[in-house]
Design a protein around this ligand. Structure first.
Ligand code: ASP
Length: 357
């Protein structure tokens, strides 16, 4: 996988306010209709930049890297996340901020993964994309790119205003690992129901400073390993025993995110309890997350979650599924003893969950 430096005539103002690395990975934002069969396919980023001439007026030094070839974000994998983290590490001291153009479908997963791979991040890494391709009249791409660039450049007394991985979309800036795609038709595609917005863009961009992560006291550390032997199991009433069994006994499985009902509840069918208990005993790490858009997992509140706690299932508080699966990939790849992995999953590592006593 490689990134190409795109040669575009970007602004190089005499007195730049900031330097930004714009990384184009693909997605609707840069798509055009295929001439033959009319479905949308990604195209070359140098074409895209011609569509946002406003970028050239920006008082920032801009460098553009383009994934070659660009991808639909449904094809994003662990290797793309590691590569993006490496690109940020290599360029970290040269730029004040990073804007990643990415398909919306899996943007919340990618933003969550990057948040775990980049520890002690002191600069903005902002994901954005579009619902309507940049070549169309009513595209939302222009506004999303321009506002993301503005937020990535924003600093006060030499410090970035938003030193974390975030998603800017439509009018809101959200913490990356708190975001979920909720809309496939309208412009307000992302939501973070369990955590406040980091900023709101209207006439001005209003920052909600008290909920933005503080600047780190240590220097950036990147991680390059993620465990891919993980799965998500969404519970539903009437779930079938052979399906649960096949999943829990899948060869090589190391971790499971269990999407439960309400405050972390699951059926108490004897076969279900037995399969879960055996999985935990085989060393499979299970993280309990709620299917609810708001609220949190509270194992032990009901009998239907007490047994989960007793058998060693980890309560995920208000973590989203996107953050839970990527956190699990991250934590299970660490070379630390199992109890330390459990402790990390219970902890708030990058602002991804709220801890309540
Ligand atoms: N399928 C596209 C993608 O995620 C959708 C989008 O960008 O909005 O790459």
């Amino acid at each position: 996988m490689k990134f190409l430096k795109v040669n575009i005539n970007t602004a190089a103002p005499r007195d730049p306010e900031a330097s930004i690395l714009l990384i184009y990975t693909g997605g609707t934002i840069g798509m055009v209709s295929d001439k033959e069969d009319h479905h949308l396919v990604p195209f070359d980023f140098s074409e895209v930049i011609h569509r946002v001439p406003e970028i050239r007026q920006f008082k920032v030094m801009l460098t553009v890297l383009s994934l070659d070839p660009p991808i639909d974000s449904s094809n994003v994998g662990v290797e793309h996340w590691v590569k993006l983290a490496q690109v940020i590490q290599v360029n970290y001291h040269e730029y004040d901020g990073f804007v990643i153009l990415h398909g919306t479908d899996t943007m919340a997963y990618s933003a969550s993964a990057l948040s775990f791979l980049l520890e002690n991040l002191g600069k903005p890494v902002i994901f954005t994309g579009a619902q309507v391709p940049i070549g169309r009249m009513r595209t939302d791409a222009r506004r999303n790119i321009i506002t993301a660039l503005e937020i990535a450049s924003a600093h006060r007394k030499g410090r970035a205003l938003v030193p974390e991985v975030s998603i800017f979309f439509n009018t809101v800036l959200l913490r990356g690992n708190r975001s979920t795609k909720v809309e496939s038709r309208h412009f307000n595609a992302f939501h973070s129901g369990k955590y406040p917005q980091l900023a709101k863009a209207g006439i001005d961009i209003e920052y909600n400073n008290s909920v933005i992560l503080p600047a780190p006291s240590q220097s950036l550390r990147i991680y390059q390993e993620l465990e891919s032997q993980v799965a998500v199991m969404k519970l539903f009433p009437g779930i079938n025993q052979s399906l649960v069994e096949a999943m829990l006994k899948a060869e090589g499985l190391k971790g499971l995110v269990l999407e439960t009902f309400g405050a972390g509840n699951a059926p108490t069918y004897p076969w279900f309890l037995k399969l879960l208990r055996e999985a935990v005993d085989r060393g499979i790490t299970i993280l309990n997350v709620s299917q609810c858009e708001e609220g949190e997992v509270h194992q032990g509140q009901y009998e239907t979650s007490l047994y989960l706690k007793e058998m060693g299932v980890i309560g995920g508080s208000d973590i989203s599924t996107e953050a839970a699966i990527t956190k699990m990939m991250f934590v299970l790849a660490q070379e630390v003893p199992h109890p330390e992995k459990v402790r990390m999953l219970e902890m708030d590592l990058r602002g991804e969950m709220t801890l309540r006593n």
